[in-house]
Design a binder for this molecule. Structure first.
Ligand code: ZN
Length: 431
């Protein structure tokens, strides 16, 4: 039997807290899961620093990737006999679902920002480069790695296949909303996925939702909205992200200035030089990063030592609401006062902004064109979701932004009370 069609003699199942079981029958999928590149995802948390806010959020990208694969598998189970579905693309969809997050590094958000990396580029490199994953995909067919990379990169010719992995209602989002809700322990992320899977169907080059399933989709959109504001943009998580970014900045600045580290950051050298090879990148996971942070708690450099202590022991920055567009003079004054009292504002004062668009309909020509969700009406016509659902209409296309200012309150409180600058700093921070 050709490799692409080879089935395991016995179905393998992974116990999963969200989907109960993840089922694997294809030899190709089983082999991909066994590669070092995929196993590495066990050592990268799905939600970065969120575990410092919600202590249950220790789940990994490995969990999530298996979950996305399982949802794709279930969707395709329902598509199987549909005239608009080509069963030959089944394995391609399963591989793309499984591998879509393969390039995520440790604490992706901060690392990508500080070192100008893009996990999507690394996903492509791992699939197309000299890796175990690539060799397995090659065995399926010479052009198969490229096809998988195209689906994940959203350039594949069949948009129906792309939309299963990335659209406004795709296997990726359906998995992470439920999984992140489960592991954080919050009660907002739930929606009736079984119902949604039953009302999803292929139509031409897109996935549409049978009109009778609209309420389940409304629930899904609302859960996404809630999760963003209650979990993903939580200000305490962002405080930890700010500290993490500052550690990386400080370490790079020290490296560039020739500072002698007690523990030489050899795993970071090529990142500091903004030229990481694929192999360097694959060596870096959260256990390696945490090892450095732990050891750097005893470095000579005061700032690096303090920031690492804060991160490891969860001694985070405090925050206030702060709009940098309206409060620029306050920000400049704080910056100046911090410097004068000996708190380096480059590492200890930061504005962080988050924003989200809960659902968007198609507006041609705009920067971020998102494919809309279409309902299939009983007469067969298609209607864009926000034109039929009042709930979705109410939150459509509305971007909400939230700004916070982060600072070490303990340092400020530690200044002597007769220091007039301290009083002025507190005055500004207390509004
Ligand atoms: Zn994902």
């Amino acid at each position: 039997m050709p490799y692409f069609n080879e089935q395991l003699s016995e179905e393998k199942v992974f116990k999963d807290p969200v989907h109960r079981y993840v089922h694997v029958r294809n030899r190709v999928i089983w082999d991909l899961i066994g590669t070092p590149e995929f196993q590495r995802l066990r050592r990268v948390r799905q939600l970065g620093t969120t575990y410092l806010t919600f202590h249950g959020a220790e789940h990994s990208r490995f969990n999530h990737s298996l979950g996305v694969y399982e949802i794709v598998r279930r969707i395709l189970e329902n598509f199987k006999d549909h005239p608009d579905w080509n069963e030959e693309e089944r394995l391609l969809c399963l591989c793309a679902g499984l591998l879509h997050d393969l390039g995520h590094g440790p604490f992706s958000h901060s690392f990508e920002k500080v070192f100008h990396l893009d996990h999507e580029d690394f996903t492509q490199e791992i699939i197309l480069g000299d890796t175990n994953v690539n060799r397995i995909l090659q065995r399926v067919g010479e052009d198969f790695p490229q096809k998988v990379a195209d689906v994940i990169g959203k350039t594949y010719s069949n948009k129906l296949v792309v939309s299963l992995i990335s659209s406004q209602i795709d296997a990726d989002r359906m998995d992470y909303l439920q999984r992140d809700a489960y592991f954080t322990g919050v009660s907002y992320g739930y929606f009736d996925m079984e119902r949604i899977l039953r009302v999803m169907r292929p139509m031409g080059d897109q996935v549409v939702i049978k009109e009778s399933g609209m309420h389940a989709v409304e629930d899904y959109i609302m859960s996404r909205y809630q999760m963003y504001w209650q979990v993903y943009f939580h200000p305490v998580t962002r405080s930890a992200e700010v500290i993490l970014s500052k550690i990386l900045h400080r370490a790079r600045d020290l490296y560039n200035s020739g500072y002698e580290f007690q523990l030489k950051p050899i795993h970071f050298y090529s990142l500091f030089e903004e030229n990481p090879t694929l192999n360097d990148y694959l060596q870096l996971d959260e256990s390696v990063v945490m090892y450095y942070f732990q050891i750097w708690r005893n470095e000579q450099d005061d700032i690096l030592r303090d920031l690492c202590n804060r991160f490891v022991n969860r001694h985070l920055f405090k925050y206030i609401e702060f709009n940098p567009n309206l409060q620029i003079s306050e920000y400049m004054e704080l910056n100046d006062l911090f410097r004068k009292v000996g708190i380096d504002p480059d590492y200890y004062l930061e504005v962080d902004s988050s924003s989200d668009l809960p659902y968007d309909f198609y507006r041609p020509g705009e920067e971020e064109e998102r494919l809309p969700i279409h309902l299939q009406m009983p007469n067969g016509d298609l209607r864009e979701l926000s034109r039929h659902s009042e709930i979705v209409e109410a939150i459509s296309g509305k971007k909400r932004t939230d700004h916070k200012l982060y600072f070490p309150m303990d340092f400020i409180e530690g200044l002597s009370d007769d220091n007039a600058k301290k009083q002025r700093i507190l005055e500004i921070l207390n509004g």
